[in-house]
Ligand binder design. Structure first.
Ligand SMILES: Cc1cc2nc3c(=O)[nH]c(=O)nc-3n(C[C@H](O)[C@H](O)[C@H](O)COP(=O)(O)O)c2cc1C
Ligand SMILES: [Mn+2]
Length: 489
């Protein structure tokens, strides 16, 4: 199941009792954050605020804020449905016979059927504004008390590499400066920031940028996904939706946007126009300090007839973005396995706010393999930011933090099993003494081999036989616990 646009998804959520509509007027300054925070912490419904002070447009928040809603946003019952379809491509071997070629054909056709397609007219351009109120119309929230102002927090920022022309879509927050200007907070390691830096190589000073606020949920998710540079996030969106993203040309710039979008900002950033952005209450649970980022100049705003403004508030976990992150953890696992094949599972606990901590289980076949995996992770896309890496044997259920902690505390000799190293850290990390650079630790909680210096026999883990377990389950009533205790855990 896929959704044509945001309203389509809202209709679906409403039918499932997963949308709560609030008709009383609310203030976009802080009040929405506090309401949302109480709801998201209880895995509550998506919230549609019909009357936001100062704006004619309704505001949608907590769209993705539960395990089920995140799956529904991607039109599946489990992430396995997506990874099974991906596996077909990643497992593809070069065809050796005519029959093999025939087998590949439908898969190639499936991919060609989800590449974005261009249409000539689109609902997102029902209304075209080139002057008068533009950003001033939007119900942009101030999230936290010490934020520098109001921030657009869930925009899809679209740009092209000025040298190669490859498109990128990323979710980067935008602080409102005035009716026609915002900041563009693409962090230094992100693809949008690379496009901006490459302006110099191309000899140009301006980079055209289109910003989409609100569209079908799979496309929004794709904007948050850490795809390798030069891979089009709209192709991922099409793959997830099982149908192409339909795009339309912008009115004033040479970029395309999803034709079913709610609101579109067209404009540019300029190499010579950097401004102070922040502070902003971030997904780390702390305020990110003010720093220079490019200013984004709006040349035109277009929108549907009755657009919905989508936003989110980040902060101490669990927040809405945790569910987006979980989707990435699940969807990207098979791709990570292609590069680090011994990996069985990964888990980025929410307390680690994505980059601070990763748990990895591996099928260990040779000495010091845990260290090889740590180093591979520190070299892999946005996983390079991982500050704490824990490596476990394949049979550890790393989704269970209690089981993982038990293994770390019992299997690790701190003198032998730690690597402390250093490297680039996430731009938002506040623990490193210097900006962008800091320490990292790898902790090997796997079973140790003689070749790793282990001079004693590794003990066998105690497990009850299944015969006795079955016997006790069968006889549970005979022991007279009278329903006070469960017969099975
Ligand atoms: C709600 C939300 C807000 C985000 N805000 C930012 C941001 O302001 N700056 C940034 O660089 N990344 C931000 N991200 C993370 C990026 O969207 C993510 O790293 C993505 O992979 C970037 O796309 P890219 O790989 O094409 O650069 C945010 C993610 C979410 C879910
Ligand atoms: Mn990208």
């Amino acid at each position: 199941m896929s959704y044509k646009n945001l309203s389509d998804f809202l209709t679906f959520l409403k039918s499932k009792g997963q949308l709560h509509v609030i008709s009383t007027e609310v203030d976009p300054i802080l009040e929405i954050t506090e309401i949302n925070d109480r709801i998201v912490k209880q895995e509550g419904p998506a919230l549609l605020f019909e009357r936001v002070k100062g704006s004619p447009f309704p505001l949608l928040i907590n769209t993705f804020g539960s395990h089920n809603r995140m799956l529904e946003a991607l039109g599946v019952n489990s992430y396995k449905e997506i990874t099974d379809r991906m596996e077909v491509f990643t497992e593809m071997k070069p065809p050796s016979s005519f029959m093999d070629k025939l087998k590949i054909l439908p898969k190639v056709i499936e991919l060609s059927h989800v590449t974005p397609k261009l249409v000539s007219s689109a609902p997102c351009q029902d209304v075209v504004l080139k002057e008068g109120p533009m950003l001033d119309l939007l119900p942009v929230v101030q999230c936290w008390p010490k934020d520098a102002g109001r921030f657009i927090t869930l925009p899809l920022v679209i740009s092209r590499d000025p040298v190669t022309g490859h498109r990128n879509v990323g979710v980067y927050r935008m602080q409102i400066f005035d009716n026609r200007t915002t900041a563009m907070h693409w962090q230094i390691h992100k693809d949008g920031a690379e496009h901006f830096r490459r302006l110099r190589e191309s000899g140009k000073e301006r980079l055209e940028v289109a910003v989409v606020i609100g569209c079908d949920p799979a496309t929004i998710y794709a904007g948050t996904a850490p795809l390798p540079k030069d891979m089009d996030e709209f192709l991922l969106a099409g793959f997830l939706k099982k149908e192409p993203v339909s795009l339309v040309k912008c009115k004033t710039i040479d970029l395309e946007v999803p034709s079913e979008a709610e609101i579109v900002l067209e404009g540019y950033v300029d190499l010579n126009d950097l401004r102070v952005e922040g502070p902003f209450g971030d997904h780390t649970g702390y305020y990110s300090p003010a720093k220079n980022f490019p200013a984004f100049h709006v040349t035109c705003m277009t929108h549907r007839k009755n657009p919905i403004y989508i936003t989110t508030v980040v902060g101490k976990p669990p927040m809405e973005d945790c569910y987006l992150g979980k989707a990435t953890e699940r969807i990207f696992l098979p791709l990570i396995r292609k590069m680090i094949p011994e990996i069985v599972d990964i888990h980025l606990p929410w307390e680690g706010v994505f980059h601070n901590c990763i748990l990895v289980s591996i099928k260990k076949s040779y000495p010091h393999q845990a260290r090889k995996v740590m180093n591979a992770i520190w070299g892999l896309g946005q996983m390079m930011f991982s500050k704490f890496i824990f490596i476990f044997d394949a049979d550890t259920n790393i989704q269970d933090l209690k089981e993982a902690a038990f293994k770390v505390f019992s299997h690790v000799d701190p003198k032998r099993d730690l690597i402390i190293t250093e490297g680039p850290v996430d731009e938002l990390d506040h623990s490193a003494s210097q900006h962008l650079w800091g320490g990292k630790i790898g902790i090997d909680a796997t079973t140790k081999l003689p070749e790793e210096g282990m001079q004693r026999i590794w003990p066998e883990e105690m497990r009850m036989t299944s015969e006795i377990q079955d016997l006790v389950t069968r006889r549970w009533r005979d022991y007279g616990f009278d329903g006070k205790f469960k017969g099975k855990s």
